[in-house]
Structures are given as C-alpha cells and as structure tokens.
Design a protein around this ligand. Structure first.
Ligand code: ADP
Ligand code: MG
Length: 730
C-alpha cells in the first residue's frame, strides 16, 4: 500500500479549523498598526520632519540627508517599540516575488558593547550583493553591486520582528533591475500626460493618479497532501493526475458556503492584512473546487502593487498556520479553472474626477470619452506588447484555454458605450457641438450618459480587457505575477498616447478650431483607427481567432516569440519617449524573461521525468506483475471457462499497461534528449524557443499515458494523492 498518500489523506481529514481571534473588536482599531504612517509618523517625528516626509510621499520630492536621518531615527524607534530587531530593504527583482536581506539594528558602540543604530544613509540606500538576481546581462559579474533605495511613497512596515522598507533596485550603472523603478516612472509619465489632457477641460487639475484594484485568485491544498506531490512542491502545479469524476460541473463551489477550515484561514489572512494596511474587502469561493479569491479596495497603483506582493507572501505564511499550502500558480490542475489576477485600472484627478467614469455635464463626458478612446488607441497600438507583459511559462496554460482570456488582446466596451462611440464616429463636428450662450455648449449624443453604467455593462467574461462602467479590467494578468509587469506597459502606453492626443488637439486649435471641435475631431479619428481592438463577442470562439488575425491583432501563442514584442521598434520608442525604460533595460528584461521561461520548463521536465520513471512506472509494473502472476496461476490450473475468461481480460490489461509504460519511457527519453540539445544553445531567445518547440510537447504525451495508468492501477498502490483528494479535502 502506498503509505505516505494514505497517511496524509487520513491526517488531512482529521484536521480541524483553527480558532482565530480578531486583534480587536473593530477593524478601525487595528488597521495599519504595523505600518509607519499617519499617526505613527506624527508621534515619532518632529512636525517639521513629518511635513517634509509627507511632501516627499505626496509629490515625490527627494529627501535631504538631514531629514532622512531624523526619519530613520523615528522609524527605528517605532519599529523597536513594535518589537523589531532587524530591518530590510524590500524589493522586487525580475524573478517575480520580493527579496529581502535582514540586518540587525546593532552596531559596536566603540566601548566593547553594542547599540541599536539605524542611520538615514541605511534607510535611503543599500548595496545588496546583486550577483544572484537576474539582470539580463546588464551587470557584469565582476561588478555585482546593485543599489536599493527607499521609495518613500510606499510606507515602511513591520513583519514579525523586521522593519521592511519598500525599495527600488538598480544596477551600479543606474539601470533598473526590478519592477518598481519602471512602474514609478510609468506612473509619473501618465500623470504628466493626463494632466495636460485634463487641463483642456479643467485648468485646476494638477495631478492624475493611476489606480489599481487587483483580484487575487488562489487554490488551497492540504499541506500533507501537497507534500506527497513532488510536482506541486517543486513546480506549483500538478504535472499529472486524472480528472476527478466530479469537479466543477455542478458549479456548486462558486460563491458557495466557505468551508470552515478555509474560513479560518481567510479571517486570519484578513487580520494580518488589516494590520499591514492592506484594505482587503471581498472574499469568496471561486469556480474550481478549492479555489478562492480575495480582493481589496483599489488604491494608487504603486501602493496597490506593493500590497499585492505583500499579500502573496502573507498568504503563504498564514496558510501554513492552517496546514494549507496556497497555490498561486496560474494552472495547478488540469481540467478545471486556473487562477488569474484581474487588474482593475483607472485614472483619477486630484480634483476628485474618475476619468474613466461618465460625468454629468457635456464637458465631463467629452473628457470621459477622450480618455476611453485614448486607452483604446494605446491598447490597439501595443496589443502584442501588453500580451508580452502578462505572458509567462505558467500563465500560458491559462491563456487560450476555454476558461480565461484568449491569447489575443481585445477590448470589450458593452452595448451602451459602443453605441455612443458609433454615434460619434458618424456625426460631423458641426452637428455634434452646439454652442449656446448661456449653457456653454452641448454635445449632441454625449450630453447625457447614464451614470449607472456599471450595472448596465454586460459582463463579458471572455474579454481580456473590459470596460466595466468606471474602469477597465485587465483580466489576462496571471495569479502569480507581479502586477507591475502589466501596469508598466499599460500606463506607459496610455501616457504616450495622451501626449500624442494633446499634440493633435493643439495643432487643430492652432489652425482655428475651438477646443471642443478639436477634441471631437481627434476622438472621431481615433475611434475609426482603433476599431480593430474593439470586440464585444465571444473571445473563446474559433471564429474570433480567424477574425482577430484578419484585423491584424497579435495572435502569437508561443511565449518566447511573444516576448519579441518587447524589442519592437515601436516598443523601444514608446519607452524611450516616455523615459520609462531605455533600450538596454528592455533587452535585459527580454533576456530575463526568456531565461526564466527556459528554467521553468526545464524544472518541470526534470520533475516530470523523475516522477514518470521513478514513481509511476515502478508502481504500474508492480501491479502488472500481480496480474501476470494471477493469470499464470489461473492458466496452470484446470478451472472452468469463466475463470479462463477472466485471465484473458487480465492479459488485455497487462498489454495495455505494457503499452503505456513503453510510451512513457520512450517519451521521457526523447524529452531528455531534447533538453540536452536545447541546453547547448547559447542565445537565451533561441534556447527558450527550443524548450517551447521541442521539450514542452512531450509533456502532454507523457501525462496522457500516466493518467491512463492511474485509472487502471490498483488504487491502494497509487502513490500520488489523486485530484479528488487534492481538490475536495479541506
Ligand atoms: P468583480 O465583480 O469584477 O469580481 P470585485 O468587487 O471582486 O469585482 O473587484 C473589483 C475590484 O475593482 C476591487 O478591487 C475594486 O476596489 C476595484 N475597483 C473598483 N472601482 C475601481 C476604479 N475606479 N479603479 C480601479 N479599481 C477599481
Ligand atoms: Mg473582476
């Protein structure tokens, strides 16, 4: 009998929900207690220092050394009062996830003892040895230094006994080695460009914020069962496993009653999030069994992204307290839904206007339409690049499968907005704008746009980029991804587009057009030009694939080839015009993406080979030998025909097993050969392509035959926890 599997099933079934207690009666009493912000800043810093820091946080002004020293002293005192002994610069390397290296606050006091020390210099900048982080060749190995520097717009926080300082991470020569630097630059670019456009409508606008509200999907699996699945442990997904007879067909999990052990986990997670100032709001069961979602109230994009990264690490920790493992992989299980991370995105002014929500006046609505149409243009021009921004070895399982956005980026607008845009396209300028002496002007067709768009926009779940009433929802982002990947491209593309828009409007105005006429004319032109990206139909259908190709949208499905879009001329120009990334940085990123792709497939291939040959084949062979033994015994005795028939059946099963084993062995051999060959390739791009084209295709064959064996072999002998156990024990 396969002892580990059954032992773990037994343990998993006996586990009880933990009793978790809220830190206080009301969230408002403990929200943000682990974050150095607001009241804590005022308590631990002088009012002058506090003001200077607030200014930096608000406007991104650099901190003087003197102020930094005072901030560091106050921050250290607060952190120590919170029980912290160490500090770390917390950054976002291109591997995905976050990185930290902890240093204790202690220094020699010069008299043989120790004092707690933390200077402004240590707060502002550090030099972690960066040699093991991917840099795509930017950093020579002899110059391994990288710098991390505090991003004062994101507050420091305490986790356990460590003060964590959100930082950017750059190379010795100044290139970004992380996600935060280009994200901050992209947000600044979109702020600048959007303010210029807003000022056409309202000169009082001084700042435009980009907002992000992510929805994090995840699976929970019992820790013991997880440990009995080397594939889950090492790759985050099951590389084999026959579908459970029941999975999500009955749709009885989605929004169902949350299981008690999971509920305890969710509460615990929420308490931890609130303490860290992460404004989580929504929790529910997702479509697949053991799949769940957590979503916060949206925040400014940089902060929202830090919070998402922090959430993912908190989830992992909290899950272990509850004897769960959290799976953030985009596709842990075949045959049921995978996990995404919808990125709800919008732009809003410091005057309180959501630029992606319809307004009450003609002017507000013209502005709203202008922003929507510019987003459409940006997404249209860079649809291939946006896809590159969300593509990875893991997300590839989700895109294109009939459950998630297809591998083609298009925009869903819904009936109402589509009709409005159609009408604008067909109206000529003179008719559209009516100038009245008292009322200013009227926009025929868009004077009144129903405010309650949100309830009216139909919910097209098949669209990767959907307008949802007061924001766009970028749904193709993977559950394990750093949202910044998508947010950098989106905000930069929109920034670049808005700049062009403003220039075109200015030009028309210089030629004598009124502001409204100019805006209207350019919008009209854009609606026509961006038409190919607009698609409200079923994104899963095969017709759409053909149609999208004829519209010239990027339909590439091979991840290594999708990454080529990072190096297209238009991409390089766009990023350099906006100052977000230069050509060297883009090349480095592409290299890292290819390298990471290769490594992921390589690890999976190794695990799959090992499991197939050392776990599956021996078990199947043992079962086969049992049958052989039995058939031989029946054959040697003088038994009635019915028993002889049984032996004949067994012989058939024996043959089938032989066949499966043979194919598995042969495929693993070929897969290993393909890997060896691919490993000899120098170029990261070519290597990734080889892994995609020659290694990956063996996975399905091997899996197919293993899954067939799972159905034939004695259940008691099968060593790996089965899908029904992984998905239904909770
Ligand atoms: P859904 O119905 O799409 O599952 P949820 O309520 O789960 O919606 O999540 C919607 C997310 O969108 C939340 O994080 C919410 O805060 C965010 N959101 C709402 N309005 C905006 C906005 N204007 N800009 C950005 N995000 C928003
Ligand atoms: Mg959503």
């Amino acid at each position: 009998m396969s002892t580990l599997r059954f032992q773990m099933v037994g343990e998993a079934i006996r586990r009880k929900a933990l009793d978790v207690k809220a830190p206080a009666n009301h969230v408002s009493e403990y929200y943000g207690i682990n974050v150095f912000s607001g009241d804590k800043m005022r308590k631990y810093l002088s009012s002058k220092v506090c003001e200077a820091l607030e200014e930096t946080m608000r406007d991104g002004k650099p901190l003087s050394r003197e102020i930094a020293d005072s901030v560091a002293a106050g921050m250290k005192q607060w952190a120590m009062d919170m029980g912290a002994t160490h500090y770390t610069h917390w950054f976002q390397p291109l591997t995905g996830g976050t990185a930290e290296k902890h240093d204790a606050f202690v220094e020699y006091d010069g008299r043989g003892g120790m004092i707690e020390e933390f200077s402004g210099k240590l707060l502002i900048q550090q030099e972690p040895d960066a040699s093991s982080f991917p840099s795509g060749g930017i950093r020579n190995t002899f110059e391994a230094r990288g710098y991390s520097a505090w991003d004062a717009t994101s507050p420091a926080f305490v986790v356990d006994t460590t003060l964590c300082i959100p930082t950017i991470f750059i190379s010795y020569t100044g290139e970004s080695l992380d996600y935060k630097v280009p994200l901050l630059k992209a947000l600044e670019a979109v702020n600048k460009a959007a303010v210029e456009v807003c000022r056409l409508f309202d000169p009082k606008v001084n700042k435009v914020h980009s907002y992000l509200g992510w929805e994090q999907e995840y699976f929970l699996v019992d820790e013991g069962l997880w440990a009995a699945r080397p594939d889950l442990m090492l790759t985050g997904r099951t590389l084999m496993g026959h579908e459970s007879a029941k999975n999500q067909q009955l749709e009885d999990h989605y929004f169902g009653t949350i299981p008690t052990r999971v509920m305890a986990f969710m509460k615990d997670l929420e308490y931890e999030c609130y303490k860290l100032g992460i404004p989580v709001k929504t929790r529910h069961n997702e479509v697949a069994p053991n799949q769940f979602e957590v979503a916060p109230i949206f925040e400014e994009t940089n902060l929202a992204n830090d919070h998402n990264l922090l959430l993912m690490s908190v989830m992992r920790k909290v899950a272990r307290r509850h004897s769960f493992r959290v799976l953030l992989h985009e596709k842990p299980f075949k045959g049921i839904n995978g996990s995404g991370k919808h990125n709800n995105w919008s732009l809003g002014t410091d005057t309180g206007i959501n630029l992606l929500a319809p307004g009450k006046t003609a002017g507000e609505n013209l502005q709203f339409i202008a922003f929507v149409v510019n987003v459409m243009m940006a997404v249209h021009k860079h649809n291939g690049l946006l896809k590159a921004a969300i593509s990875s070895a893991t997300n590839a399982h989700r895109l294109g499968a009939n459950e998630a956005p297809p591998a083609i980026i298009s925009i869903f607008l819904g009936n109402q907005l589509s009709e409005i845009l159609d009408r604008i396209e067909q109206t000529d300028c003179e008719k559209a704008i009516e100038v009245g002496s008292k009322t200013g002007y009227k926009m025929n067709g868009i004077n009144h746009i129903p405010e309650l768009f949100i309830d009216n926009t139909d919910r097209n779940r098949t669209s990767p980029f959907a307008f949802t009433g007061n924001r766009f929802e970028f749904r193709a982002v993977g559950s394990s991804a750093n949202c910044a990947g998508a947010m950098i491209v989106l905000n930069t593309a929109v920034a670049d587009q808005l700049t062009e828009f403003r220039r075109s409007v200015d030009k028309l105005m210089a030629g004598g057009a009124t502001k409204e006429q100019a805006v209207f004319a350019v919008i009209k032109e854009y609606i026509r030009e961006s038409r190919p990206i607009h698609f409200d139909g079923n994104g899963y259908s095969d017709e759409w694939k053909a149609e999208a190709a004829s519209r010239g949208l990027d339909s590439e499905t091979s991840v290594p080839l999708i990454f080529d879009r990072l190096l297209d001329d238009e991409t390089v120009w766009m990023f350099s015009r906006t100052g977000v990334l230069d050509a060297v940085e883009l090349h480095a990123r592409a290299e890292v993406y290819w390298e990471t792709y290769t490594k992921k497939i390589q690890i999976e291939a190794r695990v799959l080979g090992d499991l197939a040959i050392n776990h599956i084949v021996p078990v199947a062979a043992r079962y086969q030998s049992m049958l052989l033994d039995k058939a031989a015994k029946i054959g040697s005795l003088d038994l009635p025909a019915v028993s002889k028939a049984l032996a004949a059946n067994d012989m058939e099963v024996i043959d089938k097993i032989s066949n499966h084993i043979l194919v598995i062995q042969e495929s693993v051999r070929r897969m290993t050969e393909a890997r060896k060959e691919a490993n000899r390739i120098e170029s990261e791009r070519e290597k990734a392509i080889a892994y995609h084209d020659t290694v990956l295709p063996h996975f399905d064959t091997i899996r197919y035959h293993i899954d067939k064996l799972e159905l034939m072999v004695d259940n008691e002998m099968w060593a790996l926890p089965k899908y029904r156990e992984l998905l239904f024990i909770r």
